[in-house]
Design a protein around this ligand. Structure first.
Ligand code: BGC
Length: 747
């Protein structure tokens, strides 16, 4: 009896302890099983959701104050309360999580150069165009890691970064947010940034999809362009970003493309992105860029984000609207499931679910060093006659550009509030897309610290006579010129105000004048001929002043190369006028991109124009010699190119080898222009040191797109492979012969 009792007790105990254990450790639901692939986890999570939970994922919110004014049947009181409690004040957007299933909220922050939350001080990288000038994807990747670390420590898990629009229109006011005029350069540089961001368990977008190449009338302009031209230019750049970095999300743009809004454009979102490329993530709208519910959902939009911002047209993805569409059969339930799965896929695939964000401390000093390193790799020495730089002078006049306070930054949703605050507050425009921000990193102060033996005097440049007098009595003059760009506004290429006159007068007074340009993109330089030294600094970021000073003194050897061509005059532009330029947004205009894929240097080559400074141009304080290129071809899908470069000067420096391909007959090959960049490689070299490189060429860069068969085609023939250090300096070439070849554009 006793034995039976003991046995009973033991088995009872076993039951109890198993039950207790079961209570403590319930079996993990399938979507939390980290051994399963992300798409299976996403599908399992969606299968466990109610309709309301699914619909909660497809609509994102911003600006709680405005949201509270929305009718309750459009935005439910529960959503309002959740947004009010959890949206990070001043940030871009918020989408509630599903706590019962362990799905986190999505906290979204802008943008490509750092965390942008009004009033929250964070570290800014140089502008994206600046870091593209490094021609070194490791630089953008390192920057991506840095800004993502700050974003996570600030509570964000979705980065609205990854600008990839080509600088088709040199006056586009957002060119500073993008990475230049060439698909390969953009692919690798923006791809590097996204890789860096997503390595930190964040989702990054690539944006603004697509052909969002002007800011004038950005929410109403219809871009007309042929499919082959689009596939070989704007979309090719995005395809290369996608191939390299697999972004979790793609942000569709405000404009129309060939008659359909980008966010309800079946060709862009379904046929190209999802069907051809196999994109598994979600298409999110730019803020307020949605114009329909069923049409947009069926055309591939997965998430309407940023409601109720930016002159939105209606709450098209609200639960009320979508439920009505489901009931009427306008949207099949399977599409709602697909939208939810696509939103969840990157949350699993990029580690957002498994590595919840945690607000924490930020090492601003370390992050500023990253930004400085990026700037130092990116500034472009355009001209240096008579080796005026590095500076040897003992008396230096520094003029203009608020260089005594800091360096300029671009405006709009990518504008980061700098650590230490705006160095030059109060400039116009003060409101959106302002304020004009200067990073508190003064080139004058940095130069004074680096050259304590020199007499360095700063003057604003507002009064040209005074600037001239100072320049005359100094050994050298350094003039800083600035061109501010902000989202939503295109810019003329002329410098604003009296700056051209200032430079001309100072150069006349002192022929030893160096001009430092802080610009969003290309500018005209009517004084370039007479000016012996020009340094293009773009918007050089949090430590830009230090980086400029280090390059001026030679502490750092410049190694940036232009990611865009600088036109010699407006007459060289593909479009004399931008429709709707400097008129209030909202006028329905059209732009026909009849230059097709011939963007930037390709356009100059087609036209036989000589730009002021060519794509890929950039000087160093040392000299480099490139060998003859080497190229092997085993059919178009297996072409390798390369060569070697040697530092032939006395200073350590970094060379950028650039390889272009040019068909013997480019028109017969069907190309848009005589040559295309197919490979580039940056390498640090000590004096006398040399290095080889080889790279495999993406076959799309040798091909044209055939719309009727959705395929890429290479025409048989002879192709010259050119190696050099700029698109207009390619002294060496070798020929390859390619057979006719065709392959499907479906990945
Ligand atoms: C911009 C996007 C940005 C979004 C959220 C829009 O105005 O075009 O680039 O991500 O706002 O701030």
């Amino acid at each position: 009896m006793k034995a039976r009792h003991t046995l009973l007790t033991a088995s009872l105990l076993a039951c109890v302890s198993t039950a207790a254990l079961a209570q403590v450790q319930p079996p993990k639901p399938a979507w939390m099983d980290t051994s399963k692939p992300a798409d299976q986890r996403a599908a399992a999570a969606v299968a466990a959701m109610t309709l309301d939970e699914k619909l909660g994922l497809v609509m994102g919110y911003t600006d709680p104050e405005q949201l509270m004014k929305e009718p309750d049947d459009i935005v439910s009181p529960a959503i309002k309360a959740d947004v009010k409690a959890n949206h990070i004040k001043g940030s871009a957007g918020y989408i509630a999580g599903i706590p019962r299933l362990g799905i986190p909220a999505q906290w979204q922050t802008d943008a490509s150069i750092g965390v942008r939350v009004s009033g929250m001080e964070r570290t800014a990288l140089p502008s994206s165009l600046a870091t593209a000038a490094s021609f070194d994807p490791k630089i953008t990747e390192m920057g991506g890691v840095m800004i993502a670390t700050e974003a996570r420590a600030s509570g964000f898990n979705v980065f609205l970064a990854g600008g990839g629009n080509l600088a088709r229109e040199p006056r586009n006011g957002r060119n500073f947010e993008y990475t230049g005029e060439d698909p390969l350069l953009t692919g690798r540089m923006t791809g590097g940034l996204i890789n860096g961001i997503q390595s930190q368990h964040m989702v990054s977008t690539m944006k603004h999809w697509a052909v969002n190449d002007q800011e004038s009338q950005r929410t109403t302009v219809d871009a007309t362009i042929s499919k082959p031209a689009m596939r070989q230019s704007d979309l090719l750049a995005f395809e290369m970003i996608y191939d390299l970095s697999n972004p979790g999300s793609v942000m569709c743009s405000y404009n129309l493309v060939n008659g359909d809004w980008a966010c309800e454009n079946d060709y862009l979102n379904n046929q190209v992105l999802k069907d051809d490329w196999g994109f598994k993530g979600y298409v999110m709208s730019d803020w307020g860029a949605v114009h329909s519910s069923a049409k947009a959902a069926k055309a591939g939009l997965d998430q309407f984000t940023g409601y109720p911002c930016c002159g939105h047209h209606g709450a098209f993805f609200s639960a009320k609207t979508l439920k009505a569409d489901i009931d009427s059969g306008a949207i099949p339930m399977s599409r709602i499931d697909d939208m939810a799965e696509r939103i969840l896929w990157p949350l699993f695939a990029k580690g957002v679910v498994d590595n919840p964000v945690k607000v924490g401390p930020i090492d601003f000093e370390a992050d500023a060093n990253v930004s400085q390193k990026a700037a130092e790799a990116s500034l472009v020495l355009l001209k240096n006659e008579g080796d005026l730089l590095p500076l040897k002078a003992k008396s230096i006049a520094m003029i203009g550009g608020h260089a005594n306070k800091g360096v300029m930054a671009g405006g709009g949703s990518s504008g980061v509030t700098p650590v230490g605050g705006n160095a030059v507050p109060g400039l116009e425009p003060k409101s959106w897309p302002g304020p004009v921000v200067f990073m508190p990193s003064s080139p004058v102060e940095a130069l004074k610290a680096a050259k304590p033996e020199a007499t360095i005097t700063y003057i604003s440049g507002d009064n040209i006579k005074k600037a001239v007098a100072l320049a005359k009595k100094s050994e050298v003059a350094v003039v800083f010129v600035t061109q501010w760009m902000g989202e939503g506004i295109d810019n003329p290429l002329e410098l604003p105000g009296n700056q051209d006159a200032l430079v001309a007068a100072v150069v006349k007074a002192n022929p030893k004048t160096i001009v430092v340009v802080e610009s969003g993109g290309a500018i005209l330089m009517p004084w370039a001929d007479k000016t012996p030294a020009i340094l293009e600094a773009f918007y050089p970021g949090a430590r830009g002043g230090q980086a400029i000073a280090n390059i001026l003194t030679g502490m750092v050897n410049p190694s940036g190369h232009l990611p865009i061509s600088f036109p010699a005059s407006n007459a060289q532009l593909a479009h004399a006028e931008i429709p709707g330029f400097h008129k209030p947004d909202g006028i329905r205009v059209g732009i026909t991109y009849d230059e097709g894929a011939a963007i930037g240097y390709k356009w100059y080559d087609v036209k036989g124009f000589k730009p002021l400074f060519a794509f890929g141009h950039g000087l160093s304080y040392t000299t480099f010699a490139t060998s003859a290129p080497v190229a092997t071809a085993d059919g178009p899908n297996d072409v390798s190119v390369g060569g070697s470069v040697t530092n032939t000067g006395k200073t350590a420096g970094a060379a950028v080898m650039q390889v272009y391909v040019s068909p013997a007959d480019w028109q017969a090959a069907g190309w848009e222009a005589p040559k295309r960049l197919v490979a580039f490689h940056k390498v640090d070299l000590a004096p006398g040191q040399g290095q080889n490189f080889t790279a495999k060429v993406d076959p799309k860069l040798l091909a044209t797109y055939d719309e009727t068969t959705d395929s890429w085609v290479v025409k048989a023939g002879v192709y010259h492979v050119l190696l050099g250090q700029a698109s207009d300096n390619l002294p060496q070439s070798v020929d390859i012969t390619l057979p006719e070849s065709r392959w499907s554009a479906v990945h």
